[in-house]
Design a protein around this ligand. Structure first.
Ligand code: MOS
Length: 735
């Protein structure tokens, strides 16, 4: 038989693709469950205060309504105790729907209407009258910034803001060239295509099967066990397919909490789907006000770097993300001072959103670097070369790998950067101003902080099953695990089936942090290695194993020789970060072209070249999709997305995609992706670094810098909307 080609590293189309395009892949709200009830949330109409009463008479009389839950009649559970926390939550008290009469934010669930059809629940929900005693709310970060504070407790699992090095104040004062500016970013909502939803199937003996939209069925299982006092074996959580999540599914959401609360109280199956207008109050990317000061010599060499951020959080939690962690890591500079503060708002807690912190922090730093390039008369790319460092200068450690130089060189070559005319407003095409900008990106590369397990099972029909509990949120996890296992067992990929997104499978933590490919992939590879040793031992009695000595396609023969119809092996991968003596990160260089209608201020991003260094690329097709999707999302951050608040009402003004703009097909042109060679045998056993977030980090600043190059007008606030750009465009005669 001919040798099977190695699959890993090849552009295999998604193994879950056919199921997704034919409707065979089911999402949380699509599971058929007998005798299903439907829950619809009643959101608060005020931002802060107390509920003084409910009038539910009319709603209860609506045909089909079974029950209306409020804080007055909901059952007690441990989740209402003082000490309850949920996995992945930041320091503070998690928000718990229907806890008590307090209203913490506009849109907070204050009642849940359960009816025998969705339509009945929805219509009855509109009839629930809630009376409030309103209090003065604060939702404006500009105003609350004066009372910003350093978070007293650090959020576990998030890289801390680096301590100061050198003496930034003195070095800044002495620097011949200095740029200083304040940058603002807007709150953004995640808005995955699939709505947050939960279907709870109430089974015999008080067991529940929960189809939930989550990034971690295991976390939700553990949460439900402790929150509602279930035996763990009585709760099974499934999320085999997830239509995007972007971080909003890292913590258990309102839908799973309320659906299980209702199901347990009624001993019935219940489904809740969060409608699009309520998706604005599940969580958001914290908006921030950042001041960056850079001191440099005449050639642009950094002498001092200062970045001070004030980011939004809620009253009840100190939400934190690594906004400034990367600012100390990226460039050579001996005097660095970074401060990260929070300001409390009467909103739901902010939460992680693709490239949390980094996309916001690097927008400010990379905009400031661009300003420095003009202040010193340097090409923006040359400025990055001049300030390059190959080490982690904050921790005085080496990087496990850093092929950023190759990103710069190959990205610039592909983009044609050398043809750029340096002066702003110098590259025109008819009525359009053309701008070319670039920026550097960086994101964490690590295994999950929690250990991960995977099981592989070989059967006598020469098929292999891979099983691990983590989800695939659209990232390509099914596909790359299938490829890795196929290669490890020397099988064609169509002999391998991968099962994911089920709490009954071996523990594998949350899909997130860009760590899933490296973590789950390494666990699968380790399980395959273990299985091969086991097969050899059972069939030949030898317990030393050199994979090279077994000819291709012989593992199933070893299975038969051992007299077995199937054999399985489970392996665990643990993060070994402590004391490794190096830092790992992914890097990118992003080059953007914008064309701006000089009369109207309309911006089109006509080209993006992303050059990415992310270790071993397991599948260039799914990897490119990750980078392209992240680029689209970041174009939204740069030009469109703004979950703007009406501060009089204290609520987000958007209720749909008509008033919350995201890029559409017409906004997207060429998105080129280059993966540079980067060999890294330390970052993970399979050499992969992860790609979920790096694609988004440098895109918004590259676009902002291109807008400046096109127009000569620096917009220091995202999104760069026409009203922010147009006043800065000089009128050119004839009007
Ligand atoms: Mo990601 S923001 O860890 O889903």
């Amino acid at each position: 038989m001919a040798d099977e080609p190695v699959s890993t590293g090849k552009p295999l189309a998604r193994v879950d693709g056919p199921l997704k395009v034919t409707g065979g892949a089911k999402y949380a709200a699509e599971y058929e469950v007998p005798d299903l009830l439907h829950g619809v949330i009643v959101p608060s109409s005020i931002a802060k205060g107390k509920i003084t009463g409910f009038d539910t008479e009319e709603a209860m009389a609506f045909p089909g309504v079974i029950k209306i839950f409020t804080h007055q009649n909901r059952p007690w559970g441990p989740h209402f105790s003082l000490f309850f926390k949920d996995p992945m939550g930041p320091p503070g008290r998690p928000f718990r729907p229907l806890h008590n009469e307090r209203v913490h934010f506009s849109g907070q669930p204050v009642a849940l209407v359960v009816a025998d059809t969705f339509e009945a629940a929805r219509d009855a929900a509109a009839l629930v009258r809630v009376s409030y005693r309103e209090e003065v709310h604060a939702t404006d970060l500009e105003k609350e910034a004066v009372s910003a504070y350093e978070p007293p407790r650090h959020r576990i699992g998030v890289p801390p803001t680096p301590k100061p090095t050198g003496d930034a104040g003195t070095a800044m004062a002495a620097a011949p060239v200095k740029v200083e500016a304040t940058y603002r970013t807007s709150p953004e909502n995640h808005h995955p295509m699939e709505l947050f939803a939960t279907t709870v199937h109430w089974g015999a003996d008080n067991t529940i099967t929960v189809y939930d939209k989550t990034q971690s069925p295991k976390s939700v299982q553990i949460y439900l066990k402790t929150a509602f006092l279930f035996f763990r074996r009585h709760v099974r959580v499934l999320s085999p397919y997830v239509g995007g999540a972007f971080g909003l599914g890292l913590r258990p959401q309102q839908s799973v909490f309320l659906a299980v609360l209702a199901a347990k109280a009624l001993k019935r199956s219940v489904r809740i789907v969060i409608p699009r207008d309520q998706m604005y109050t599940l969580g958001y990317r914290a908006h921030a006000i950042q001041t960056v000061a850079l001191g440099a010599d005449e050639f642009g060499l950094l002498q001092a770097l200062k970045q001070d951020a004030i980011a939004a959080t809620s009253r009840n939690e100190d939400a934190q993300d690594p906004m400034l962690y990367f600012s100390g890591l990226l460039y050579r500079c001996e005097n660095v001072s970074l401060s990260y503060k929070l300001a409390k708002l009467d909103t739901v807690s902010p939460c992680d959103m693709r490239g949390p912190g980094a996309t916001t922090g690097m927008f400010a730093l990379e905009s400031a670097m661009d300003e420095l390039s003009y202040a010193t008369g340097q090409d923006p790319l040359a400025l990055r070369y001049a300030n390059y460092t190959s080490d982690d200068q904050m921790e005085h450690r080496r990087m496990s790998s850093k092929a950023l130089m190759d990103c710069y060189a190959q990205g610039a070559e592909k983009f044609g950067w050398s043809l750029r005319i340096p002066a702003p407003r110098s590259m025109r095409d008819g009525r359009e101003l053309i701008g070319w900008g670039m920026a550097t990106g960086i994101w964490d590369a690590a295994l999950s902080p929690l250990p991960a397990r995977a099981t592989v099972t070989l059967t006598a029909d020469n098929c292999l099953e891979v099983a691990t509990s983590v989800t695939d949120i659209g990232t390509g996890t099914y596909t790359i695990l299938t490829q890795l296992a196929a290669d490890a067992m020397q099988l064609p990929v169509d002999r391998v089936t991968t099962r994911l997104g089920d709490s009954s499978l071996p523990y594998n933590p949350t899909q997130g942090g860009s760590w899933t490919a490296a973590t789950a992939g390494s666990a699968v590879q380790a399980a395959c290695d273990k299985l091969k040793k086991k097969l050899l031992k059972h069939s030949t009695g030898r317990d030393t194993f050199n994979p090279g000595v077994v000819p291709r396609h012989q593992f199933v023969d070893l299975l038969k020789a051992a007299g077995k119809s199937s054999m399985k092996a489970t392996a665990t991968i643990t993060q070994l970060s402590a004391g490794r003596g190096f830092t790992s990160a992914t890097h990118s260089a992003v080059f953007a072209e914008v064309r701006i209608d000089e009369e109207l201020g309309v911006i089109r991003v006509t080209r993006i070249v992303s050059a990415i260094a992310a270790g071993r690329i397991l599948n260039p097709l799914t990897a490119q999709s990750q980078i392209r999707g992240a680029s689209v999302m970041a174009i939204g951050k740069a030009l469109h997305e703004d979950a703007a608040y009406d501060h009089n009402l204290g609520r987000c003004m958007a209720h749909s995609f008509a008033d919350y703009h995201i890029p559409s097909n017409a906004d997207i042109f060429d998105l080129d992706v280059i993966f540079v060679d980067e060999k890294d045998e330390e970052v993970s056993p399979i050499g992969a670094k992860g790609l979920g977030e790096i694609g988004s980090v440098a895109v918004a600043p590259a676009i902002a810098n291109a807008v400046f190059h096109a127009t000569g007008h620096r917009v220091r606030e995202l999104p760069i909307t026409i009203d922010r750009l147009l006043p800065g465009l000089p009128r050119t005669g004839g009007h």
